[in-house]
Design a protein around this ligand. Structure first.
Ligand code: 13P
Ligand code: SF4
Length: 314
């Protein structure tokens, strides 16, 4: 068993060649994991990328729903997940059976679900969205058509406010990372760094969104920090994104916003951090664990993801 990081990186490179595999990783994974990725992205970019991959094997360095999405879109490829127990508090806040009962209470509604859901929820969904394209997805539905939005209550409320769509029922789910930011500590940081721009992910609570200079998905925040006429940014989202920010804009300064309880490390997604180089090497070695989805369920889920990809997002 190879322990050293450089040796692990070399072993992973060898195994990728032997297995004809590519590694897709989310920005929230650790810097070490990001360093072995062939493609690094936010959840929308990763879903789109999965479809155009030539390799026979996709190793998904991220949480379970992301690897599942890749498998739904690429049924002929083997999709490996180094850490199948890496879930997502948002996806877990919306079990498919409960969601089916909820949906039955609102007949005639169009169901919009964030990609942070299980394949079972996606199969009950008309059109998926990510934080990158939620606005465009909701706007693609005719005004007056009632909508169910799941599972993130904060993203849902934010989109309802932006679009003025009062006929939108929102599932009561949340992400443990984005709900934990403290307004008091954020305002203190703003006082200490008056020239800094505050950038916020829309999964945060509304009172945090209200003090933002910019609200957007991981990709949109990254782009904004490059184009904004500012040198300092207070970053109110998962702290893994700072690696890419610092890499792209090395002269700018990025300050992570603290969670309410600073001892909990809650501005880190504990699920994303479960993926390690050792687990990646081991997974490529054993070609397991692998995502397996029944064909009927996969096809039902695929329709909702394809409907999302057909809507242009940012
Ligand atoms: P993005 O859609 O910005 O990648 O966000 C994914 C996620 O899990 C947010 O918590
Ligand atoms: Fe899920 Fe939140 Fe982690 Fe994103 S940050 S994967 S929403 S638990």
């Amino acid at each position: 068993m190879v322990e050293n990081s450089d040796a692990l990186r070399r072993r992973i490179a060898e195994l990728k060649r032997e297995r004809n595999a590519v590694i897709l990783a989310h920005y929230y994974t650790t810097p070490e994991v990001q360093s072995v990725a062939d493609f690094l992205g936010d959840s929308l970019a990763l879903s789109v990328k999965a479809q155009s991959v030539d390799a026979e094997v996709i190793l998904f360095a991220g949480v379970h729903f992301m690897a599942e999405t890749a498998k739904v879109l690429c049924p002929d490829k083997r999709v490996l997940i180094p850490c199948p127990e890496a879930g997502c508090s948002l996806a877990e806040s919306c079990p498919a059976e409960e969601f089916a009962r909820f949906k039955a209470r609102y007949p005639g509604h169009t169901v919009v679900s964030y990609v942070n859901t299980t394949v079972g929820v996606k199969a009950l969904t008309d059109i998926c969205c990510t934080s990158s394209n939620a606005l465009q997805v909701v706007e693609s539905i005719p005004a007056g058509q009632p909508i169910i939005f799941a599972p993130d209550r904060n993203l849902g409320s934010y989109i309802r406010k932006l679009t003025g769509r009062e006929n939108m029922v929102i599932w009561n789910g949340a992400c443990h990372v984005h709900e934990e930011f403290s307004l008091e500590k954020l305002l203190q940081l703003k006082r200490e760094h008056p020239a800094a721009r505050v950038v916020v992910h829309p999964e945060c609570r509304s009172y945090i969104i209200e003090v933002a200079d910019f609200v957007g998905s991981t990709a949109a925040i990254l782009e904004y920090c490059g184009t904004a006429d500012a040198e300092e940014f207070i970053v109110v989202t998962e702290s893994g994104i700072l690696v890419e920010m610092q890499k792209r804009y090395s002269t700018k300064r990025f300050i992570p916003a603290p969670p309410d309880d600073e001892t909990c490390g809650c501005n880190n997604c504990r699920f994303m951090k479960m993926v390690t180089l050792g687990k990646i090497a081991d997974t490529l070695e054993r070609m397991a664990p692998e995502i397996v989805i029944g064909e009927e369920l996969r096809q039902a889920a695929e329709r909702s993801i394809r409907n999302m990809i057909a809507v242009k997002g940012k």
